[in-house]
Design a protein around this ligand. Structure first.
Ligand SMILES: Nc1ncnc2c1ncn2[C@@H]1O[C@H](COP(=O)(O)OP(=O)(O)OP(=O)(O)O)[C@@H](O)[C@H]1O
Ligand SMILES: [Mg+2]
Length: 341
């Protein structure tokens, strides 16, 4: 601090504190979409629809047909650290859901106008929870079983953040990538994405191969080999997925989708393992198309590393490296880089 005056320490207001905390979770429209889609997945939805206007800056609406939220739980929805997903510290060692912090909805409510309509299958009517400028209202509402979350005017009350938003096109690009990542990991569920009234994609439940073809293009799929290393992983490691033709590469890992326990992650060890699995088939600095799912006991991975949960810490990175590399090598040998299947 300048001068000699001692600094004055003050406790900040609840509303300022929640806006700062929200900044960790919500960076742009795509982060909102990620949180809402993950909530829908945790609620065991079979159909998930995402609608955006102006790249999500003006409106994001996610509709699911999942479990819904009971009337009694509605008042807790927007309370920070309120979650149905974990109870005590032990649970933190064994997270099987996408969410666990009880922070997403409260963060979104701090920086946008939020409206949630939800109904459980058992309930005859639903509830509507609205949050605007720190005020929460809850009323009874007629709606289908499941949950619809509507987020309007993101960062309307945090101009510093709003300034950093890009054009609608750029923001929507991030949204689309977020939905694509989720849809690739859940081929058995339907995903629909609508932007500005136009359907961007509409994926019915399908096999992984069909989902890849629809979202990444037919040409990527052609000659792709399936990765299936269920039997070969030590420590309960299970590697599944699809590897693309080695001739089809990109200068960035944009078509390389990797997941750990269903969570999209960018991890250097995992990326390295995939590339080394391709070995000399792919030139240095080029990246193949692949969708790789790594499943392992939750105790083997710490997901509580990054506020957006895009990074994880592996307890035994070298075991994961070996298993992924071997699975990719095997799939490429079997597919012959041409066969597929
Ligand atoms: N689409 C949904 N369907 C059913 N319940 C939901 C849905 N979205 C949220 N909930 C309920 O609201 C709670 C709070 O959601 P929120 O996303 O804020 O926290 P979380 O998912 O528990 O943890 P995280 O902050 O890591 O996402 C959830 O624990 C869940 O019980
Ligand atoms: Mg959540």
């Amino acid at each position: 601090m300048a001068g000699n005056a001692p600094a004055v320490i003050r406790l900040m207001s609840e509303s300022l504190a929640s806006k700062i905390a929200a900044g960790e979770v919500v960076e742009r429209p795509a982060s909102v979409v990620k949180e809402l889609v993950e909530n829908a997945l945790d609620a065991a939805a079979a159909h998930i629809a995402v609608l955006c206007e102006e790249g999500g800056r003006r409106l994001i609406r996610v509709t699911d047909d999942g479990s819904g939220i009971g009337e009694a739980d509605a008042p807790l929805l927007l309370v920070r650290h309120a979650t149905s997903k974990i109870r005590d510290e032990e649970d933190l060692e064994a997270i099987t859901t996408m969410g666990f912090r009880g922070e997403a909805l409260s963060s979104i409510a701090a920086v946008a106008r939020l409206r949630i309509r939800t109904r459980t299958r058992e309930s005859v009517s639903g509830v509507e929870v609205r949050a605007e400028d720190g005020e929460v209202t809850i009323v009874e509402a007629g709606c289908a079983p499941g949950t619809t979350v509507e987020v309007r005017d993101l960062f309307h009350n945090t101009p510093a953040r709003r300034k950093f938003l890009r054009t609608a096109g750029t923001e929507f690009g991030h949204v689309m990538e977020t939905v694509r990542r989720a849809a690739l990991a859940h081929a058995d569920k339907s995903f629909r994405l609508v932007h500005g009234g136009k359907t961007v994609f509409n994926c019915p439940p399908s096999s992984l191969a069909d989902r890849v073809a629809r979202l990444m293009g037919e040409e990527v799929l052609e000659g792709m080999g399936e990765v299936d290393a269920r039997a070969m992983g030590p420590k309960g490691l299970d590697i599944r997925g699809i590897v693309g033709r080695p001739e089809l590469t990109y200068p960035a890992p944009k078509a390389l989708y990797t997941y750990i326990n269903g969570r999209p992650v960018r991890d250097r060890t995992v990326t390295r393992a995939v590339l080394d699995g391709y070995g000399g088939l792919v030139a240095a600095g080029r990246y193949p198309a692949a969708v790789i799912f790594i499943d392992m006991p939750p105790s083997e991975v710490d997901v509580n590393v990054h506020p957006a949960k895009t990074e994880v810490r592996l307890r035994d990175g070298s075991a994961v490296y070996r298993a992924v590399r071997a699975a990719v090598e095997r799939a490429l040998r079997r597919g012959g880089g041409g066969g597929g299947g």
